[in-house]
Design a binder for this molecule. Sequence first.
Ligand code: CTP
Length: 400
Amino acid sequence: MSFSGKKILILVTGGIAAYKINTLVRDFVKENAEVQVLMTPDAQKFVSALTLSTLSKKPVFTEFYGDNGTWNSHVEMALWADLILVAPCTANTLAKMVNGLCDNLVMATYLSAKCPVFIAPAMDLDMYQHPSTNINLEKAKQFGHHIIPAEHGELASGLIGQGRMSEPHTILEVIGKYFNSKHSQLSGKKILITAGPTYEAIDPVRFIGNHSSGKMGFSLAKEAAERGALVTLVSGPTTLSIEHPNIKLIRVTSAKEMLTEVMEVFDSVDVAIASAAVADYTPKVVAQEKIKKNEDSFTIELVKNPDILKTMGQQKKHQILVGFALETQNEMANAKGKLEKKNLDMIVLNSLRDEGAGFQKDTNKINLITKDEIVTFDLKPKTEVAKDILDAVEARMENK
Ligand code: CTP
């Protein structure tokens, strides 16, 4: 990870976790970032300005006024930064940030900034759980700030729970990913992803469904969001949840509901990936009341569901459209058939004959098929498969 040329302004506030900032500053500098540290007066009780100034190779400021009548310009420093990191961020500073209070150099600089702001909160268990802290973190998110959540573990008070500031290597990784996402073709682009199974109602208590877990689609959504894309994730019933400022999750039940939500946004997206295992058929009639077991045998008449991906293919204009094919035989031929029939740019083939691929698993083994080539990948965690798929999408965007 290189931070070459990046200007990072670290605002240190008065919490015990401030001792970790020495390591963090050293690591940023080692990766070629330019680091400027500002501290609140209380932060100096936990960590020394001299240490931080030695590690950052720059003077550390705590007050508006320097010696000999000099002035530390909060506006200049705020505009200099490519990114602001508030770490550790105490409950007090967080509350001031979301209410616009300005009683020290750190707050004045924060309020003058236009660049992205990352917050690594650190506080004791009960303070972190307090409703006011939750509301303040929510408000900070609404400002567009990025929260690096506190970790679980032993706290300075001796209590065990969530509240420890994230470790320096985690903070470094989160910020590294953020800068990388700025280079991504997907950054700022809109992407639609379908995920999970669909449930087709038979009566008020029963449905036809399948074993799809939604893991592949959720991994794609997370990876795309981390690359800076604005993601609409339309998912059928799944136990998974996902939280990211760039992801809008729309939960649906049936194929028809999924189609409605998909077509609502399809025209406006740049990329659409259909990873949902949509039920091909749905009961012709849904019983209004629970069906009783009166007969010895029972038949349900099924009718074809809309093909969501095919509908997108028919309406495709500028979008890059990616489908999935889960096959058990004649895999390549079937997948190529779907590529053409559904007017796709790319199809992701997984075969149930491959050990470790398919529903419910955490891994997948895929072939990426386009009109011109077939690329075969090894068995990998779905989080890594998501990267391979999005790399291929980005390569296509670049050549478009
Ligand atoms: N798909 C869809 N809507 C459907 C059925 C499938 O959007 N009603 C999408 C899936 O999300 C997947 C692709 O189409 O991206 C292929 O799904 P698959 O079940 O493999 O193929 P089908 O077209 O349903 O064909 P078959 O079941 O006959 O293999």
